[in-house]
Design a protein around this ligand. Structure first.
Ligand SMILES: Nc1ncnc2c1ncn2[C@@H]1O[C@H](COP(=O)(O)OP(=O)(O)OP(=O)(O)O)[C@@H](O)[C@H]1O
Length: 266
């Protein structure tokens, strides 16, 4: 399990992550949602060890993050950042192989092939990464981080995804979150920053609602994703309806001109 207690991260004296406590549980998908600038990416960077918090404590499987060596940490947690820059003329498959290099492994052909088939990137494995579309690049980046956590281990592993579906069409958005759900069955704890509330409602077990660096609400998807909570955090009228079988809710935001009307959860 990952446990964060009372973590704080300041930029120029301003708390960007403000006394946040949370747990990431193996086998659970946790969605982090909240408006632009709420501190979602900063929180993720603190949790993975890229940003050093001013206060608080983060433990991975009971051990403080600062006591892990970088390679040790890379073996149990993988991170897909919001933007990945690549200036070298790598082929798609070579980009995916970079994920294993960070672990000190190479030539794990079977894992690479399996993950690239799963992410539907195998078909363009020999294409130059820079020649791929935005969505194709995003899937290659996903494959790069998935190879890190693909192999089972005794210790629980953690996967962090910062807006993994932002460039994807609807089919591939579902595919990515379906893959994330499958990883849960391998005992991996997944944390994904998502802007699509319906995707979060459909796939998350647990939701963290962030506003101005603080957790406004966290808990089961059903409890957190109420119209009242979402409207408060996003400052916008939002209707939450009961969904169809297997899909708990559908969430609808309303056009600006209807903002002054009163809406209730139905
Ligand atoms: N290095 C920095 N210098 C100044 N301000 C920063 C820095 N990093 C983050 N911030 C500010 O911290 C706040 C939180 O940023 P962060 O990127 O974590 O938000 P976010 O919730 O991920 O936003 P988005 O949904 O737009 O990606 C923002 O107001 C941002 O401008």
């Amino acid at each position: 399990m990952l446990e964060a207690k009372n973590i704080q991260y300041l930029v120029q004296g301003r708390p960007i992550v403000n006394k946040v406590s949370l747990q990431l549980i193996p086998g659970h998908l946790t969605a982090v949602i909240g408006p632009n600038g709420a501190g979602k990416s900063s929180l993720l960077k603190v949790l993975v060890g890229d940003y050093k918090p001013l206060g608080g404590e983060i433990t991975y499987n009971g051990k403080p993050i600062q006591t892990y060596r970088p390679k040790e940490l890379a073996k149990i947690r993988a991170v897909m950042p919001q933007h990945s820059q690549l200036t070298f003329p790598f082929k798609a498959k070579e980009v995916v192989e970079l994920g294993l290099l960070s672990l000190g492994f190479s030539q794990q052909e079977l894992i690479i092939k399996e993950v690239m088939i799963e992410t539907q990137t195998w078909g363009f494995r020999d294409r130059l990464y820079t020649s791929l579309s935005g969505g194709e690049r995003q899937r290659v980046q996903l494959a790069r981080v998935l190879v890190q956590v693909w192999i089972g281990s005794e210790q629980p592993k953690f996967l962090f995804l910062d807006e993994p579906t932002s460039s994807l069409d609807i089919t591939h958005q579902h595919q990515v979150l379906h893959i994330a759900s499958k990883l849960k069955q391998k005992g991996i704890a997944v944390m994904a920053i998502l802007h699509d509330l319906n995707m979060a409602a459909a796939y998350a077990d647990h939701v963290i609602l962030l506003k101005e660096g603080k957790i406004y609400h966290q808990g089961s998807t059903e409890k957190v994703m109420s119209s009242q909570h979402l409207e408060y955090v996003f400052e916008h009228p939002i209707i939450v309806r009961n969904g169809y079988e297997g899909i708990p809710y559908t969430i609808q935001s309303l056009p600006i001109q209807q903002k002054n009307q009163t809406y209730k959860t139905v």
